[in-house]
Design a protein around this ligand. Sequence first.
Ligand code: UTP
Length: 289
Amino acid sequence: MRVSKAVVPAAGLGTRFLPATKAQPKEMLPVVDRPAIHYIAEEVDQCGISDLLIVTGRGKRAIEDHFDRAIELERLLEETGNPRLSELQQLLDRLQVFYVRQGTPRGLGHAIACAERHIDNEDFAVLLPDDLYLSDEPALGQLIRVAEELDAPVVAVVEVPKADIGRYGVVAVREQVSPGVYRVLDMVEKPAPEDAPSQFGVVGRYVLPPEIFAHLKRTAPGAGGEIQLTDALKALCEARPVYAVTVVGERYDIGEPLGLLRAQISFALRRPDLADGVREFLAEVTNGL
Ligand code: UTP
């Protein structure tokens, strides 16, 4: 596998964050002082990928504005010597960001199907902005390494407590092929805990071949009336070997409020300019509990 393009689905309705997401995209909710999708673009860049396709939809204009120049702001900051946009500008110099619209949010599988034209028969990466990682090696980079070594599609998985397994696509796996790498035998979307084939839930990083588009086309709406990526991945596993990788690092599911709060604190604690203040505040509030 050779990955030179990344797809970020960002056309979902974000109902778990209403009313915050009534008039702004969930993917633009900030973690400290950067929108969630900004960290995803950084991860793509860290993997040496410069072609980033974002799947957007109605009400997602702020995402396009974020990855665009803001000439008045740049001028103002230049005059005052404030560097707050320079890091983003450098990122934009390296990344080419493309957009495709998903007219109706018919599920993650459908969002990825919208990328077919742009991907143009190449292998590609998918990153969900709901999942942020703090890790030494970028989470996607860990998958790409395995996909290149095994010349096979790879999905990221995390070991999930039994009570939560019904929220995930779950893989059935064979024994490890190397530390943290498993051959996937089957996949099932949101199983009841007693039916889950393992404790491994699929999370938001994938390296996929272009054949996935043919499988998506054959995928009927599944759980929740949505076209599920898991169903197409299940068909892919039947056609060729697919591997699951347990990513080394801390994962934050920022698709729901408690996960976003946890990410805010952890990301702030990694920031030299904020860590002491956050620690003091945490000590203060936890003493009062
Ligand atoms: P989620 O399953 O979290 O759905 O999507 P959602 O609509 O964003 O949020 P909730 O569940 O209503 O709160 C995972 C990722 O897939 C994208 C979302 O934008 C998110 O980044 N997605 C989902 C699409 O692009 N299109 C869809 O039809 C569904």
